[in-house]
Design a protein around this ligand. Sequence first.
Ligand code: SOE
Length: 372
Amino acid sequence: MSKAKFNVAMIGSGFIANVHSNAFRQVGHFFDIPYNICCKVICGRNRAKLEKTGFRWGWSELETDWQRVVARNDIDAVDIAVPNALHSAIAIAAAEAGKIVLCEKPLASSLEEAEKMTKAVRRIPNAVWFNYRRIPAVVLAKQLITEGRIGQAFHYRALYLNQSGNDPSKGNTWRYKRSEAGMGAAGDLLSHSLDLALYLNGAIRDLSAMMHTFAPHRDVDDATLLLSRFANGSIGTFEASRYGVGCQNRNTFEVNGSKGMLGFALDDMNQLDFFDATEPANLQAGRRIAVTGLDHPYGKNFWKPGHVLGYEHPFIATLGDFLNSIAQQEPFHANFEDALVVQRVLHAVERSSASRAWVNVDEIPTQPTIKR
Ligand code: SOE
């Protein structure tokens, strides 16, 4: 049966555009999708990067003007993989042109923009690339929590550390400029930890945060730490830093509950630690589950049991699930609404750090970003 053509436009040609391009190329090999994905046009400001990424992944056309791309009537979906401050203009224009919209995280460089974007896409399929939600070990953690295997949650603990901030060669890129990124480690790393916490442990009610910059003259946070209270009664600690020297991409979470504990580390992404406190005391011990079996999440999509996955596979799973949700007209997560909740928490983080006070996430006005 010939599949419907699905023409994709990618806005962006940097690191994450390569990861997304791989997902568009690979998704049909691992997921039964009713579409014939066509990597139609890639768009970027930097010609050399555009050609390199475009040719590497076999994009049919190169373009330097995103407005021309979203106006085309032969494009079904627009994928936004550019600096955060550009997300809103592109997403709103693509939505108004009736395109399906995928966007990198964080959704926007301010809460105000994120609200406008979410309003613009409310009638069209939309997705945000919170890729870590679809790591099989993370999906298994969600299943165990939903089944009540850890009981009432007491603590949620998250870390996201890398060492890019301490690298002078990196200091001048868009990620370190407020005008292009909106935030630093908070937008780039903490947003991932918050999305996972909201997915696994539910809503955050209030928080107290500290944003800190180590590099002189830098106008974004290098590190952000926060304490939080969740609606389910548990308490949380989060630390995100680009000065985690010794950590290349350390993304971890732990949950302690009345019946047990769960632990995950991206460094060991195919494993999940589970402690069952309902076992007889003399038999209790932590176990490390290899989440690569046929009965595990996505166990039938990728390789045979015991064959491990890498950083790129959750992106392929995100796309596979999104395309099938479009075909079946079913809701998809993480979408713009989910990312808006993350943006609201990030906004509360910024306000709490500036006021050095606890902030209730749902009571904060959507004022424009405040000066720290
Ligand atoms: C930061 O270095 C980064 O590339 C993030 O931007 C990504 O979102 C994360 O997945 C890996 O680290």
